[in-house]
Structure formats: C-alpha cells, structure tokens
Write a protein that binds this ligand. Sequence first.
Ligand SMILES: Cc1cc2nc3c(=O)[nH]c(=O)nc-3n(C[C@H](O)[C@H](O)[C@H](O)COP(=O)(O)OP(=O)(O)OC[C@H]3O[C@@H](n4cnc5c(N)ncnc54)[C@H](O)[C@@H]3O)c2cc1C
Length: 405
Amino acid sequence: MTGQIAIIGAGPSGCFLAQALLKAQPDLRVDLIDRLPVPYGLVRYGVAADHQGTKAVTRQFARLFERQGARFFGNVGVGTAVTLDDLRGAYDAVVLAAGLSADRALGIPGGDLPGVHGAGKLTRALYEHPEAEALPELGPNPLIVGNGNVAIDLLRLLAKSPEEFDGSDLGAGPSDWLAGSGIEEITITGRSPAAAAKFDTVMIKELGKLTGVTIRVIGAGDSDDPEAQKKLAALTALEGGDGPRRITFRFGLTPLAVEGEGQAAAVRFDSAEGEEVLACTSVLTAIGFDTPGDLPRDALLQDEQDGGLAAGLYATGWFRRGPRGTIPDNRADAKALADRILGELTPDPAKPGAAILQGLDAITDYDGWCRIDSAETANPPPGRCRAKITTREAMLTLARQEDMQ
Ligand SMILES: Cc1cc2nc3c(=O)[nH]c(=O)nc-3n(C[C@H](O)[C@H](O)[C@H](O)COP(=O)(O)OP(=O)(O)OC[C@H]3O[C@@H](n4cnc5c(N)ncnc54)[C@H](O)[C@@H]3O)c2cc1C
C-alpha cells in the first residue's frame, strides 16, 4: 500500500476522484465515507427521476468498488459520527467531496413564509431521501424563482402527466402526489433576460415533448450572440399547445418580497418596467445551494488553492467550487486534484486508516449497497425501474441482510 486516502462524500466528485487516484496508483487504499447508507449523492437524490440515462453513470462508479479496490463506508456522518480531525489523524490525505445540500435562502422579506419551498428540499422529498420532509401542498398556481437547470427540472416534473413518468424511478407516494397536485398554472421567473438564462437549451427542448400543457413565453427579448439565439429559438418553439396545464415563462424579474398573510400568496418583483406583483399559491426557489453546516466550509476553504486547504486536506466538487456544474464537470476537477494529491502524498504506515471507524454503529459497505440496490430493482412496480427503500432503518436492515426472506 502506498498511502491511505479518505474521501468524504460518495457523490460524483468523490467517485471521480477515487477513480483518478486508483487509475494512477492502483495500490493506494481509497475509502469513500458517506453520511448516507448508500453511495452516489445527487445522482440518486437530485438528478430527476425521469432522467435515468444520466443516472447510468453509476455503472461506471460501481467499477470503482468492484474492480479498482475502493471501499465504501456508509452511514458515517463526518462532523457527527466521526470528526474531520480524527480522519486527518488516521489517513495520509483527506478530501472533502461533501457537496452542498442546503437550499440558498431567498433573503428577501417574506422569504421564509409558509408556502416557500427550496428546490433541494422538494427534490429530496420527491426522490425519497431518508431525511426528507413530507411533500407540501403547492396549490393550483406554484411560482418558480430561478431559471437554471434545477428550476427547469422542477417545472417539467410538476407539468408532466402520470403516463410521462413511465420508465422512471419515481416512488408511489411522489407519483400520487404529482398526479393529485391539482396544478393549473406554473409561472417560472428569472432575474436575467432569457438570452442570459442559466438553463441549457437541451432542457428547454425537452419541455417541447410535454403533452398536457400550453406554454407562453413573455419578454424573451433578443440577442446577437449565436449561442443565446439557439436558446431563444428553443424557447420560442415551445409557445403554444392545447393542454390543460398552463406554463408561463417570465424574464428580467428580480424578486423583492414574498407577500401573504401567514402563507405565500404573491411575489413582488422589480423589472425594467417598474414593480410587478405575481399572484401564486406557493413559491419554489431554485437559486442555488449552500452547506448544511455539519462541516465548517467557509473556514475550511479560506486558504483554498486549487483544491488544497491545508497539509493533507483537500476539497473537490460542489463543496469546493460551489453549486455549479453538471456531473461530468466534476471529473476535470477530480483529475487535477488526484495529480496534486499524489504529488504531495507522504505515506505514514503508522496511520490506522479505516480502523478508527471500528466501533461505529451500523456502517454499511459496498456489498450492503448491492443488497439494497437488488431489493429496489428486483420487482419494481409497473412503469417504474426501481422502488426505492425510503428509510434509513430499512436500508440498514437490508444492508446487514437482517430480516431478509
Ligand atoms: C436537483 C438537481 C438535479 C441535478 N440534475 C443533474 C443532471 O440531470 N445532470 C447532471 O449532470 N447534473 C445534475 N445536477 C448536478 C450534479 O448533481 C452535481 O454536479 C454533482 O452531484 C456534484 O457532485 P458532488 O459529489 O460534489 O456532490 P453530491 O452529489 O451532493 O455528493 C456529496 C455526497 O457527500 C455526502 N455528504 C455530505 N455531507 C457529508 C458529511 N458531513 N459526512 C459524510 N458524507 C457527507 C452526501 O451524502 C453525498 O453523498 C443536479 C443537481 C441538483 C441539485
């Protein structure tokens, strides 16, 4: 063994980093530690249920554990079950790949009124994250603040008819919730003009396949930039339809306040034409993510330089860069960081590595995850490719093969 490396977080950035490290130096000991009993982070609990193609990246990550020798230690929260300092004492290098799971706050008056829901909180509930809150009542007219890909994901999910979830891994509870939502009109608002909107054109084109909607695009404007023109053309092509659910795109609206008596009922915006108030029955924010606070990110990143934080301590992925970028975007980050770590690694054979995790309760391993995965995919309900195990307890039981038939 040429060194022991602990990666905190088994999401895409942690997995890409482990891949790069083990490819360069196959005899390294690389341990991925995650607070959840299962690996893959937002691939399981963020990427949309109807985007199974995107989730296929997990087949590549599985090879990491099955062929490259990486180990998975699940159900171990760093900052709760074990401290970062303990890990730094036990491993030659420690990497924070813990992502960002808290919703960025709107930060305007009324931003925390009941009826205002963050995209992360909502998608965790839709995708049956073990710590998710109950799915909320949105009423007939939800209004989305934000126009990145996460906002478009939310819009698409809320606009789809039940049949359009065929082939997805959307659970029974969320499927019933969406089917019974009673949504009549969804308004999606962005601060920037449409030409500068953050969504990818491919996400907009996908909305063109929705069957039960009528789409309006207000104030999309113009651009000389060829890329922006493609975006604008895709948006314009969406207009029309004769479905019962109405979708309205609005641009150039900066939210000033959420208004309502004890419940969000409207959002007041600033626009080029002055102030405008849009009525709604709930507000969904998709304006970025932040750290939930179990790891002191700001303090840790203070002296950050290309992933290096301190001797033997590194960061990668969303935790390092902020909540921007797709799954593949984390690969380049990981490759560069792997080179850096290998250049600086000074193995100390006296370091105990994963032995310090011994004695912790209910740790899951990769075989445990395979048992959970098999149980979820063995008998999916009609029209679904998986039925997720939704509670931590049930996952732990399966992982340990207790109570199995
Ligand atoms: C709603 C949503 C939809 C998205 N859809 C797409 C898409 O369709 N296509 C695409 O390419 N990208 C998509 N993305 C972006 C993509 O998910 C990210 O680029 C990627 O997941 C970031 O990887 P990461 O490993 O840095 O973070 P994460 O995926 O968040 O992984 C972090 C891991 O760290 C673990 N962790 C956190 N704190 C601790 C702790 N204290 N101790 C131990 N473990 C911890 C978490 O449990 C998690 O497993 C989406 C993002 C969101 C939010």
